[in-house]
Design a protein. Structure first.
Lengths: 51, 705
């Protein structure tokens, strides 16, 4: 029973983190261009992040 | 791909449509090419909507970006500035789906331990935690269903969302009661699973529609409609169509479409009105003649004084007709809603009867109510809710791969039932553009072909472009012709090894064509004609086999229609105005036919909107594409029978899905009425029936082959 009391909050917390990450992704436009994201991985550009 | 913006406040953002971008290579070419310009801060392509967003210095105007894109090899079009971000049905559903999925998984974890024997205080604790997760989740994720159900109830109707909402709410209410009284069964997992599965179906449905709409949007000429206006001092300025005022003078180059109605002030040319009236023969207009918005200037640049602009053009009448007929169509009731009209009352009566039955049989009110609720939950139309959308999603995906874009979910249902097809001639049965006569091209010598290509490639004139395309397709290499000059309305001339060569308008202007003159050789005439689409005859025969009789409904003159009617063996009506086309469809509908209209022109718009189902080719006018339910991008007419076959197959699968869902109810409901259903059985039955329906729908993956 004590184990459950620790494990359940952990499980819920992890789930909530995933949910929060998903909402962040939707809000920051990660789902605007699914086709482009799928193709971008194929681009050979050697683009480093802008300094 | 980004440089540090120097003065962020002074930057301008332009969004351009690039319909040609379709792969990773195109994206990187465009982005790198534009970023190479010193004034461009960043460029990013959105491949889904085929658009590029460019952040740049205001010193660079959109025209220059378009020119740069053309240099890189992509045709780009300016968009009207105020275009709002396209509405997407997916986004508002993603949040609820994520919440329902998250809550379902967590509650299910707790439920599994209860099913496997957790007892006493553990079970109670788990029920309370489940309630804490499930209630807010249902309140949030159920909103799309609650709203739609409430909307339907308010108007005294019912749709599929009504039984879903009632089932979910009652399941939650009973579970809360059970939790508070320390009961054995809570149904939170079932309610959440129902929501998650149904939301997944809807998200898929919306995604498919978004994709089809993006495809159509990319085809629409998003060129902000407008014209070059000649100012007082003779300076030229580009003015958007909405800003054109009567009295302004537009300079319309050969190959451009008119943005407003007007009178020719200087110059003379021929105009192609086929999009407006279906008439293929170009109309010659001289100074003082009236020309209409939407027609294509074929020969020479003219100055046109605007008489009507914007909503007052001849196009507006067509738009009004269309609006009236699309209201007609919104009365169509989708098969899922028809099913729920029968289903919802039946289920609710059944639940009420079981409560009554158990009460009469001597059960306590609590027991009877629990059983009634169990009946409601087990009959909650999980599989029924998926039966239509999943089949349609899979079928439209398959159609999309075959080059047919389905714009509206109910289009497949409507298309499956058509038994009569009306086809526009110009641009639908035929290609809608003049093509050089193949025999004349065959007869040309290699040198003649090379010279013709060299000259034709210098002009934007429609005939020159058609000739250049045809010659290039034959693998002709252009000759080196020097000093090429285009004389508007006459043709092109140049020099080949000291000999004068010319590609010009033939002296006898009786038929469409061009004359190729090489000094010292006889002049060669290349006639042009519109021709039938590839496989038109095979496709029409195919339609016949499907039990659909087709005929021609054209705005073109009787001679042109008669010729195509002879070639295809169809009957036809010629010279039909937009309103007459609409009337022809109404006549057939009154006679009990379900009519498919296939057309491309502005003049087909009202008919496309009025027909039971409609299709337009990818070369259609914007109005045609927007009015049609489906757009096919392949040059072949074989898309027609293919789409109808796929639609009929889809409806067969939908009917099977209904049978499966009802069969599941026939098995499960007696269990529920007898009082044997526990949350475990409900969860198993619900997911199993949904899986079966999804699996059955996946057979449609090859529906459009």
């Amino acid at each position: 029973m004590t184990g459950v009391l620790i494990l359940i909050p952990i499980a819920l917390g992890l789930g909530l983190m995933g949910l929060a990450a998903f909402f962040w992704a939707v809000r920051s436009g990660q789902f605007e261009d699914p086709d482009g994201a799928a193709s971008r991985i194929l681009m050979d550009d050697d683009d480093r992040p802008a300094a | 791909m980004s440089k540090q913006p120097a003065f962020a406040s002074e930057l301008e953002t332009s969004i351009l449509a690039v319909p040609g971008a379709h792969c990773a290579g195109c994206m990187s070419k465009i982005e790198r090419g534009l970023a190479a310009l010193p004034q461009v801060i960043s460029a990013r392509v959105n491949l889904t909507s085929r658009m590029v967003t460019v952040v740049h210095d205001p010193a660079l105007d959109e025209g220059q970006i378009v020119a740069e894109l053309a240099r890189i090899g992509f045709e780009a079009q300016r968009r009207p500035r105020e275009v709002a971000k396209p509405f997407s049905a997916v986004k508002p559903l993603l949040g609820p789906l994520a919440v329902a999925g998250f809550a379902m998984m967590n509650v299910m974890l707790l439920s599994v331990s209860i099913w496997s024997g957790a007892d006493g205080s553990t079970r109670e604790l788990f029920h309370w935690i489940s309630a804490a997760i499930a209630l807010p989740a249902v309140a949030y994720a159920g909103q799309p269903f609650f709203r739609s159900a409430w909307g339907a109830l308010k108007h005294g109707r019912t749709n599929m969302d009504v039984p879903i909402s009632i089932g979910v709410i009652i399941a939650c209410a009973l579970s809360v009661y059970e939790t508070m009284t320390g009961g054995r069964h809570a149904w939170f997992d079932g309610a959440l699973m129902l929501l998650a599965i149904l939301l997944a179906g809807r998200v898929l449905d919306a995604m498919m529609r978004d994709r089809a709409r993006a495809g159509v949007d990319a085809l629409l000429s998003q060129a902000a409609q407008g014209a070059l206006v000649v100012n007082e001092g003779g300076a030229l300025e580009w003015v958007a169509a909405e800003a054109l005022q009567p009295g302004m003078v537009m300079r319309v180059a050969a190959g451009e479409r008119l943005a407003a109605d007007g009178y020719i002030r200087t110059g003379a040319s021929r105009f192609d009105q086929s999009l407006l009236t279906g008439e293929t023969r170009p109309i010659a207009c001289v100074q003082g003649d009236k020309v209409l918005a939407g027609t294509l200037n074929l020969d020479a640049p003219v100055d046109v004084e605007v008489s009507h602009a914007g909503q007052n053009t001849a196009l507006a009448e067509i738009a009004r007709l269309m609006e009236a007929s699309s209201q007609n169509r919104s009365r169509y009731v989708r098969i899922a809603d028809r099913a729920s009209r029968l289903y919802a009352p039946a289920v609710h009566t059944l639940a009420a009867l079981s409560v009554l039955g158990w009460l009469i049989a001597g059960a306590s009110l609590y027991q009877a109510l629990v059983i009634g609720v169990a009946v409601l939950i087990i009959t909650c139309p999980c599989a029924l809710g998926l039966a239509v959308p999943v089949a349609q999603v899979v079928a439209s995906g398959s159609l999309l791969k075959a080059g047919i874009m389905v714009k509206d979910g109910s289009a497949i249902e409507r298309l499956a039932s058509v038994d009569r097809a009306l086809l526009d001639k110009t641009g639908t049965l035929t290609l809608g553009r003049p093509v050089p006569d193949a025999a004349a091209l065959d007869a040309m010598s290699e040198e003649e072909a090379a010279v013709a290509l060299a000259l034709a490639s210098h002009s934007r004139h429609p005939l020159s472009r058609a000739l250049a395309d045809a010659l290039m397709q034959r693998g002709v290499k252009p000759a080196v012709v020097a000093a090429v000059r285009e004389e508007a309305g006459v043709g092109l001339r140049g020099m080949l090894d000291g000999k004068a060569v010319a590609l010009r308008r033939p002296e006898s202007a009786s038929s469409m064509g061009v004359a190729l003159a090489i000094a010292g050789k006889p002049t060669r005439l290349i006639p042009f004609a519109d021709r039938l689409r590839d496989d038109a005859l095979a496709a029409l025969a195919d339609l016949n086999r499907l039990g659909i009789s087709a005929s021609i409904l054209s705005g073109d003159n009787a001679d042109a229609v008669a010729q195509v009617a002879r070639e295809t063996g169809l009957t036809g009506q010629a010279g039909a105005s937009p309103a007459e086309k609409q009337a022809a469809i109404a006549r057939l509908q009154r006679a009990g036919h379900k009519v498919l209209m296939v057309g491309d022109g502005l003049n087909d718009g009202p008919a496309l909107a009025a027909a039971d189902a409609s299709m337009a080719p990818g070369s259609a006018s914007d109005v045609g594409m927007q009015a049609a339910d489906m757009v096919f991008v392949q040059p072949s007419l074989a898309s027609l029978p293919r789409a109808i076959r796929a639609a009929r197959r889809t409806m067969a699968v939908v009917r099977q899905n209904f049978a499966l869902a009802i069969g599941y109810n026939v098995l499960a409901v007696p269990l529920a009425i007898a009082g044997y259903v526990t949350p475990l059985i409900a969860a198993l039955a619900m997911s199993l029936s949904s899986l079966i329906v999804v699996a059955n729908s996946l057979r449609l993956m090859r529906a459009a082959r």
